[in-house]
Design a protein around this ligand. Structure first.
Ligand SMILES: [Zn+2]
Length: 397
């Protein structure tokens, strides 16, 4: 068993220890076991500490059968000087204690029980056993939790036996049976917990609820504590300031302005679509007027270097709607791709799908359709003009 210094004092940042074992786990990761450590291993919702052992980086810490494994990049000496990343640890202490207090606030104010906790890299969450949460209640719980911070309660820890538990009004039943560690905020919260906490609620600094959402049958509340509140504020301020500059409205009007912009864009897109359709129908009429005759068959042919597949399809359909006795071959050539549309009016019996499939292999193409209308595309390894000649040949001769 490794002696856990973080249980004696969660403020220990440096320590000396003896190496007990160095080995690799199943994933071939090298780890060190010490006789004592200030490194907190992942557990109880709290992530592991990082830091160094004799200057060697500790990248992960896990507890396996009472043995705290420090995963390191290379082996360390027998005498070890350990140093933990205090900024990371203190952040975890703030989040963890903040969670106790926020959960206590929801339960004391409204009877909402916390069923799980996650301490994420940027944001923490608790899941409450309720199916909806009103904004006013979320804000009241938040205000109550912050008042607990401001009243500067002590945060104490106590090891107790199972039979002593009856003396304490525990928020949640504890699963450990022998030595139970209680984290106590007198008059506020009594919880079984193996995590690290600051020694007073004031050190949590602040608790801010960011949002809440339904998560299966529960409500997931996203929040941050301590220095993360400031980080969130800076992040959001940067976004708000950026948007204020771009949209040129005061911050309170940002949402309205963004909504207006989205609506306008949709309107514009609709208008552009309508105008495009009108242009295509004029173009269809022009193409029909300039249609030629090949083997007694009226044929419209065109190569476009502006239109893509969508446009030439629309153009072909418009032409066929106007004239049911015409054959249409439209090819789009953009960059190194060719797109082909072939169609024929309903009075005719030509097989456009067959014609297309005859030509597609010439351009490593893919596509297909029906007898009256087919489309496909491939690489521009042959010129559009050549392909057009081929199409006419296979379908009309
Ligand atoms: Zn805790």
């Amino acid at each position: 068993m490794t002696q856990k210094l973080f249980y004696q004092d969660s403020y220990i940042t440096t320590f000396s220890a003896q190496t007990v074992k160095q080995a690799t786990d199943q994933a071939e990761r090298l780890y060190v076991v010490l006789d004592q450590t200030a490194f907190y291993p992942t557990g109880g919702g709290q992530p592991f500490d990082t830091g160094t052992l004799n200057g060697v980086a500790v990248t992960d810490v896990e507890e396996v059968n009472g043995e705290v494994r420090h995963f390191v990049e290379k082996e360390v000496e027998e005498e070890v000087h350990g140093e933990i990343n205090w900024a990371r640890r203190f952040d975890h202490m703030q989040q963890h204690a903040g969670q106790h207090i926020l959960s206590a606030a929801f339960e004391d104010q409204f009877g909402y029980k916390t069923v799980s906790f996650h301490l994420g890299q940027e944001v923490c969450t608790i899941d409450l056993d309720i199916s909806s949460l009103e904004e006013s209640k979320a804000r009241r719980a938040e205000a109550y939790a912050n008042s607990i911070l401001q009243r500067n309660h002590s945060i104490e820890t106590k090891w107790v036996k199972k039979e002593e538990l009856v003396q304490f009004n525990l928020r949640k039943e504890v699963s450990v049976s022998d030595d139970i560690r209680l984290v106590i905020i007198p008059d506020v919260d009594y919880s079984g917990c193996g995590g690290t906490h600051p020694s007073s609620t004031a050190e949590v600094g602040a608790i801010s609820i960011l949002k809440w959402e339904k998560q299966k049958k529960q409500m997931r509340v996203h929040f941050v504590c301590g220095n993360r509140v400031m980080e969130q504020l800076h992040q959001k301020q940067k976004v708000a300031q950026g948007l204020t500059n771009v949209l040129n409205v005061p911050q309170v009007d940002l949402v309205d302005a963004a909504n207006r912009l989205v609506m306008q864009t949709k309107d514009h897109e609709k208008t552009i679509d309508e105008l495009n359709n009108r242009i295509l129908s004029y173009e269809a009429k022009e193409l029909l007027q300039s249609a030629g005759t090949i083997h007694d068959q009226k044929v419209v042919q065109m190569i476009s270097r502006e239109y893509g597949m969508k446009e030439i399809q629309k153009l072909a359909k418009t032409i066929l709607n106007e004239d049911s006795s015409v054959v249409v071959f439209l090819i789009s050539e953009i960059e190194d791709k060719l797109q082909i549309v072939c169609g024929r009016g309903e009075d005719l019996y030509l097989d456009m799908n067959h014609a297309l499939k005859e030509v597609l292999p010439l351009i490593n193409g893919k596509g297909g359709g029906k007898k009256d209308f087919a489309q496909g595309g491939g690489d521009a390894i042959r010129s559009a003009e050549e392909i057009l000649i081929e199409l006419v040949k296979v379908s009309l001769q």
